[in-house]
Structure formats: C-alpha cells, structure tokens
Ligand binder design. Structure first.
Ligand code: FAD
Ligand code: NAI
Length: 328
C-alpha cells in the first residue's frame, strides 16, 4: 500500500491541492495550526456575529477559476457581491462604480474552505515544526514533539516565511521561499448601534492609514443588528505600527475611518483588531508552485502567483498537477 500525502495548511491553496489529489484517488492527510480551515479566508466569531477580517471578496479572471467559481455558485457556497463602491484620495470621497464581478463566501468567507474540506482527514491545532525524510518516506513533527508519517510526499501550503521554516530538506526551495517578503495588514472591525448615514458599501483608499473599508451588512447572507464595518490598514501603515497595542490601533483607525467616510461617526459600541503578519506578498511571482519532485516535496500558496484568492487556488491546482505528473 502506498503511503498518504501530507498537506500542511488548510487555506484555499492547500484545499485546492487536496481536492485535486483526492479526486485523482490519492490518500491525503491535512494539517493546520489553527482550529479551523480558511487561513487568510477564515472568519472570526465575535460577540457581534461572524466577521470576515481577512479576504473580503475575490475576483475570477483565469478561465479555470471562473469555471470552479460557477460550480461553487451552483452549490450555494458563494454569491456575487455588488457593493456601492467608492474611492477616497486626499480626503476626497467619490463614487467609483465599475463592472467587475466580485464574489464572497456564503454566509461567510470560511464557508468555501469548509465546504472544500468536507470529510477529508484533517488534524487542526497542529503546528508542524519539522518536515524530514527517512530512507524512503517523509515524516512530520509538531510543536508538541508528536511525529506523523510515513508519507510518500509532502505539500507545504503556508505563507512564504512559514514555508521556509519547513524546507530544510530542500535548500533550493527554501531559498526561493525565503526571497519572498510578505507584508502585514492590521484589520479592525467597528460596530455602531445605529446605521451610519452613508451609501458607501466598500471604499478603496489612498493617502490614509487605511487602504480599504467595507460595510459588513452590504454583503449577501450577512445579518446582525449592529452596523459593522471592517477596515484594513495599508501595508505601509501596518509595517510602521506592527507592534502597536490593539486598543491604540482601534483608536487610530477609527479616526482615519471618520475622516474618510464623510458622515457623522459616533463612538463604536464594539471594536476589535486583528494583525495579519503575513497578509500579502510584496510582489507577485509567476512560479505557479515550487517542487522538488525527485525528493517528493512541493510548495504552493498565493505568494507563488498573484497574492490573491484566485492565485492561491491556481497554485494549489498547479502543485497537484506537478505531483500527479511525477507519480505517473
Ligand atoms: P493561507 O490562507 O495563509 O493558508 C495557509 C494555512 O497554513 C493557514 O491556515 C495556516 O494556519 C497554516 N499554516 C501555516 N504554517 C503552518 C504550520 N507550520 N503548521 C500547520 N499549519 C500551518 N485576496 C483576494 O483575492 N481578495 C481580497 O479582498 C483579499 N483581501 C485580503 C485582506 C487581508 C487582510 C488579507 C490578510 C488577505 C487578503 N487577501 C485577499 C489575500 C487572500 O486572503 C490570500 O491570497 C489567500 O487566502 C491565501 O491562501 P493560501 O492558502 O495561500 O494561504
Ligand atoms: P479588484 O479588481 O476589486 O481590485 C484591484 C485593485 O484595483 C484595488 O486594490 C483598487 O486599487 C483598484 N480598484 C478596483 N476597483 C476599483 C474601483 N471601483 N474604484 C477604484 N479603484 C478600484 O480585486 P482583485 O484584483 O481581485 O484584488 C483583490 C483585492 O484584495 C485588492 O483590493 C487587494 O488590495 C486586496 N488584498 C488585500 C490584502 C491585504 O492584506 N490587505 C492582501 C491581498 C489582497
């Protein structure tokens, strides 16, 4: 009997690879350090409802991804989001409608990865710290010293810095992953007891600590009695304030929000800050996926392509393609 394939990471890239390998009849075992799937598409349960603090929506431009999103739509996993879009530059807010189709998970972003995961075998709350090869097979070790294996191949589907730490067995892959800089994003959610008097559902922002804001209830399938907004700080501001106290982050970004939004903004009744340390690659790459097929070690993730949900999904498909090609 052949040993299963280990996949480290249950974000969209890891689950895209998992689906393709499972569909090809291979046995897989997934691992994630978090308590649930989704990674940067995860949604957080809070006292004001479940909030999407990472990826806000996604676009589909590659034909393969366009097709799969249509399948997700047919299964009720996603819906189109058509926000009243605005743009803010130098404090000037203006409507900025466009024709772009944008998708969100229903009723939350994490619904997509949860559906992709289905009944596939997964071990959550398991941070892999070492990936090592014996004479014929791979083994993994987690932060508690527990070992897993044997595996025929290993797919690492984590952000570049976290992948680098697991690539000691393949120095070339490690140095490619180490060359990728990933930038942080501070995310803040603010809830107001009464709806703010604005038509804005989403706003792209320049010349501010913020680069994006959105109204949670404008997104299909979301409810909640409060008017909740999600704000994303720019990479630049997030880097400069990486270790800022969460309360101070909420306070500062609340101020920036009030300046941008162009209506009266009372003090929020709820505020939450979340720091994404490895939010986005500083530059896009065209690697698709990284592989040392002879060794049996593979790497995927958004940073191998566009740094977006679509790129992550395509990278997972590419890693599966490379792995299946080698097994033939
Ligand atoms: P991840 O989602 O990061 O998944 C990696 C997984 O690996 C995680 O679950 C992590 O827990 C796990 N992991 C890491 N190390 C280990 C380890 N050692 N052991 C076990 N598990 C491990 N994209 C868009 O297209 N549109 C947007 O609007 C958008 N907005 C965004 C806003 C923010 C604030 C952020 C942070 C990202 C946004 N993105 C957006 C980017 C998008 O979320 C990512 O491109 C995509 O989700 C990345 O998927 P991934 O599977 O490559 O990585
Ligand atoms: P998209 O096509 O909606 O946006 C791409 C970019 O085009 C936007 O960032 C914005 O600058 C500009 N833009 C698009 N529509 C606009 C409009 N109507 N008015 C003014 N400007 C507009 O989506 P795509 O290409 O799928 O990009 C995903 C989004 O996710 C981007 O906004 C990107 O910044 C964001 N993202 C955020 C991350 C973070 O850590 N904060 C990480 C990765 C992606």
């Amino acid at each position: 009997m052949t040993a299963p394939i280990a996949i480290i990471g249950t974000g969209i890239a890891g689950l895209s690879a998992a689906q393709a390998l499972h569909a090809a009849g291979l046995e897989i075992q997934l691992f994630d350090k978090s308590r649930g799937s989704g990674g940067r598409m995860a949604s957080k349960r809070t006292e004001v409802g479940t909030l999407d603090l990472g990826a806000q929506y996604f676009t589909a431009r590659d034909r393969r991804f366009v097709d799969v999103v249509q399948q997700w739509l047919a299964r009720g996993w996603v819906a189109e989001w058509s926000p009243n879009l605005y743009h803010s530059s130098n404090g000037q807010l203006s409507a900025s409608p466009d024709e772009q189709v944008r998708w969100v998970g229903i009723p939350r972003m994490s619904a997509i990865t949860r559906a992709l995961l289905g009944a596939l075998p997964v071990r959550f709350a398991c941070r892999i710290t070492e990936v090592f090869r014996g004479e014929t097979h791979w083994s993994l070790q987690d932060a508690d010293g527990e070992a897993y294996g044997p595996f025929s191949q290993v797919v690492i589907a984590a952000p570049a810095p976290q992948a680098t730490a697991l690539l000691a067995a393949a120095p070339k892959l490690a140095s490619a992953a180490a060359s990728v800089t990933m930038e942080p994003t501070w995310a803040v959610a603010l809830s107001f007891d009464s709806p703010l008097d604005t038509k804005v559902d989403g706003c792209f922002i320049q010349d501010s600590p913020l680069d994006w804001l959105t109204r949670a209830r404008s997104r299909p399938g979301r409810d909640g009695s409060l008017d909740t907004w999600v704000l994303h700080a720019s990479s630049r501001w997030s880097k400069q304030h990486l270790d800022m106290d969460k309360e101070a982050v909420i306070e500062t970004l609340y101020g920036a929000f009030a300046e941008v939004i162009g209506c009266a903004v009372p003090p929020p009744s709820f505020g939450l800050a979340h720091r994404w340390l490895y939010a986005r690659p500083a530059a896009a790459h065209q690697w698709g996926a990284l592989a040392d097929a002879d060794l049996g070690l593979y790497v995927c993730g958004d940073w191998c392509l566009s740094g977006r949900v679509e790129g992550a999904w395509l990278s997972g498909q590419e890693v599966a393609r490379k792995l299946l090609e080698h097994r033939q």
